[in-house]
Design a protein around this ligand. Structure first.
Ligand code: HEM
Length: 400
């Protein structure tokens, strides 16, 4: 086997440099993640799209833990995939996946999302009103984060007072640079918190999605306890960590491309198309979640052996010149159909309608209210979060 590529700080700050090389020279490449897990990166668009829908690339939370433990034994390190919070739909194949996804699918249809728009607009308005004028503002902290977390918490029925805590646990759980103990502490805190939340909802149910999920479990036992807890976790995390990055990365892309910003201001009806281009150009998710092989799986000229983790590099696929012309250019008018920012196949993002609605409201209001918005630092000073899953800024300092 060729020597795995070590993914470190440079990759986290600028994954595109490596991806350009991989697509050209080594489209299916072994790599070591910052915490030591060995994976195979699939970087070309056509391979990525096929891999996302390939039933030979499996998902199963128990098997993933076993594989991670086996690798850790081989390399004398600690396993990075633990048993907690893992039995959710993103870690299951059909038929379990079908059952889990069906339970929440109805909450995220375009019709249900349309009903949420007035409330999303209200929340966005309040947040933008509260931003201080005349000084440097971190748009991630003041807008990109609080908007989606408020939306998903209201949908699920999570009390406002709890949000700061699980923001920090989530940030730790997604950080590929923290140590084993810190990870275990965040995971324990999250599990304890979710159990208390579920117990409180059982005592006094509301009109929210979590109450509905509890009822589904209590009625005909379709969700076991682990599944319920993991479901709430994946909705809470999936529902905000990605959105923060769409608002942050999209705003940065516009501020760095004044001609595109001017074009969008001149034609606000182009916003939905522009959002698809933000998703393609610098999407919120770097790697899709882990898949693994149970047999040898040839992709292009490389055969990934059985028992290996596979990650599909969504950011790379979306910049493949075989699929998108001048992929490094932000072009809000381009044909973006088929971009992979929301994934593909049975795990295609269940929250895509909600994400698009929030993004339309967020970008629409931000641009309308702040005709003069500009970056407050040079782009080189911005830092990206320490995560191979997420592609998002630590902070986005702007002047409004
Ligand atoms: C811009 C925002 C978003 C992006 C870019 C995004 C991206 C993705 C991607 C790439 C996947 C598939 C991952 C894979 O196959 O490994 C996915 C799945 C998922 N997303 Fe999103 N997401 C976004 C917003 C949301 C929101 C708002 C929710 C809220 C409920 C959500 C919930 C989920 C869930 C539950 C799954 C798992 C679906 C399944 O396994 O069938 N996402 N998302």
């Amino acid at each position: 086997m060729t020597e795995p590529i070590r993914l470190g700080e440079q990759f986290l700050q600028d994954p595109y440099q490596l991806y350009d090389r991989l697509r050209a020279e080594q489209p299916v490449a072994p790599a070591l993640l910052p915490h030591g897990l060995r994976v195979w990166i699939v970087s070309r668009y056509a391979d990525a799209r096929a891999a996302l829908a390939d039933p030979r690339l499996r998902k199963d939370s128990v098997r993933q833990q076993e594989l991670s433990a086996r690798q850790a034994e081989e390399t004398n390190s600690t396993p990075v995939i633990t048993e907690f919070l893992n039995s959710h739909m993103l870690n299951t194949d059909p038929p379990d996946h079908t059952r889990l996804r069906k339970l929440v699918g109805a909450a995220f249809t375009s019709r249900r999302v349309a009903e949420l728009r007035p409330r999303i607009t209200e929340i966005a308005g309040e947040l933008l009103d509260a931003l201080p004028r005349g000084e440097v503002v971190d748009l991630v902290h003041g807008f990109a984060y609080p908007l989606p977390i408020t939306v998903i918490c209201e949908l699920l029925g999570v009390p406002e007072s709890d949000r700061a805590d699980f923001r920090s646990w989530t940030a730790t759980l997604l950080n590929t640079g923290v140590g084993e103990q810190e990870l275990a502490a965040a995971s324990d805190a999250m599990v304890g918190y979710l159990d208390a939340l579920i117990a409180a909802k059982q005592r006094s149910p509301g009109q929210d999605l979590l109450s509905a999920l509890i009822e589904a479990r209590d009625a005909d036992d379709r969700l076991d306890e682990d599944e319920l807890r993991a479901m709430v976790f994946v909705l809470l995390v999936g529902g905000h960590e990605t959105m923060v990055n769409l608002i942050g990365n999209g705003t940065l892309a516009l501020l760095r491309n004044p001609d595109q910003l001017a074009a969008l201001r001149a034609d606000p009806a182009g916003l939905p198309a522009a959002i698809e281009e933000f998703l393609r150009y610098d999407g919120p998710v770097n790697f899709a979640t882990f898949r693994f092989t149970t047999e040898d799986v040839p992709i292009g000229e490389t055969t990934i052996p059985a028992g290996e983790f596979v990650v599909v590099a969504l950011l790379s696929a979306n910049r493949d010149a075989r699929r998108f012309t001048d992929p490094r250019e932000l072009d809000i008018d381009r044909a973006t159909a088929g971009h992979l920012a929301f994934g593909h196949g049975v795990h295609y993002c269940v929250g895509a309608h909600l994400a698009r609605a929030q993004a339309e409201i967020a970008f629409g209001m931000l641009l309308e209210r702040f005709p003069e918005i500009r970056l407050a630092v040079s782009p080189g000073e911005l830092t990206w979060r320490h995560s191979t899953l997420m592609r998002g800024l630590e902070a986005l300092p702007v002047r409004l």
